[in-house]
Write a protein that binds this ligand. Structure first.
Ligand SMILES: *Cc1c(COP(=O)(O)O)cnc(C)c1O
Length: 234
């Protein structure tokens, strides 16, 4: 059985307090890191809870699941795609997602630009970079980031808000934390470098999940994508 709203509210309050604390100990404005609840595998009620709580957006990792849930939720909410997107699903994503965080190839960029153009909209995107050099993770290679950004900036129907990454898991909690610090610091360095080269702000750094959001905030995350701490295990 899915959790009730009170349980969600208690967890969201606790998580928000932890995010604020992490910002403070990093000397950051507490409003500079936002919570993106990840509702994947959970019922549409999860997204309703998020909207009722007053948060503006949810993250889903599959387009099909996002659009089915979105149809059931009446409260206004932004839907962000955070999972790998195949280019044959680009049209569905551009139609039903308010931002795609997982853009990791030129092919996908061009596909999304084309369908966004057909829909007469400008689609916000983040470029997913494999900043932890994890063979098991999606995301463009860090070395390819400048070319990917150059392509993205040349496309009229896309708006590049920043970068996204997922840290690799270690074999121990200590190693996982070390990997997380390294990966997130690397993404920030990549971002700073891209900003220098392109002159674009690239404000968003989407990094950090249930296990590593505090580390991510210490390394400059502006969006933490949290599922398990809010909705329980999947
Ligand atoms: C599932 C998922 C999350 C949330 O992970 P939790 O560990 O449940 O907080 C964050 N980001 C991406 C890309 C995901 O697929």
């Amino acid at each position: 059985m899915f959790i009730d709203y009170e349980t969600f509210r208690t967890r969201a309050d606790a998580l928000t307090a932890q995010i604020v604390a992490a910002c403070r100990s990093a000397g950051r404005d507490p409003r500079s890191a936002v919570l993106l609840p990840v509702t994947k595998t959970h019922p549409a009620a999860a997204a309703e809870y998020v909207a009722h709580y007053g948060l503006p957006a949810v993250g889903e990792n599959r387009v099909q699941e996002a659009l089915e849930k979105r149809a059931q939720v009446t409260t206004p909410l932004r839907w962000e795609l955070i999972g790998h997107l195949q280019s044959n699903k680009a049209k569905l994503a551009a139609l039903h997602c308010d931002r795609v965080q997982s853009v990791d190839s030129e092919k996908l960029l061009r596909q999304l630009d084309r369908v966004a153009g057909e829909l007469g909209k400008k689609l916000p995107v983040l470029l997913q970079i494999n900043a932890g050099n994890d063979p098991a993770k999606f995301g463009a290679e860090p070395a390819d980031a400048p070319r990917l950004l150059e392509t993205a900036l040349s496309l009229a129907h896309l708006q590049v808000d920043g970068l996204m990454t997922i840290a690799p898991l270690g074999t121990t909690p200590e190693e996982t934390t070390t990997f997380a610090h390294r990966t997130f610091a690397n993404l920030r360095t990549i971002r700073d470098d891209l900003v220098l080269r392109s002159g674009r702000p690239l404000h968003e750094l989407s990094m950090g999940m249930t296990g590593d959001f505090a580390v991510a905030i210490a390394e400059g995350s502006t969006i933490v994508r949290v599922g398990t701490a809010l909705f329980g295990t999947r």
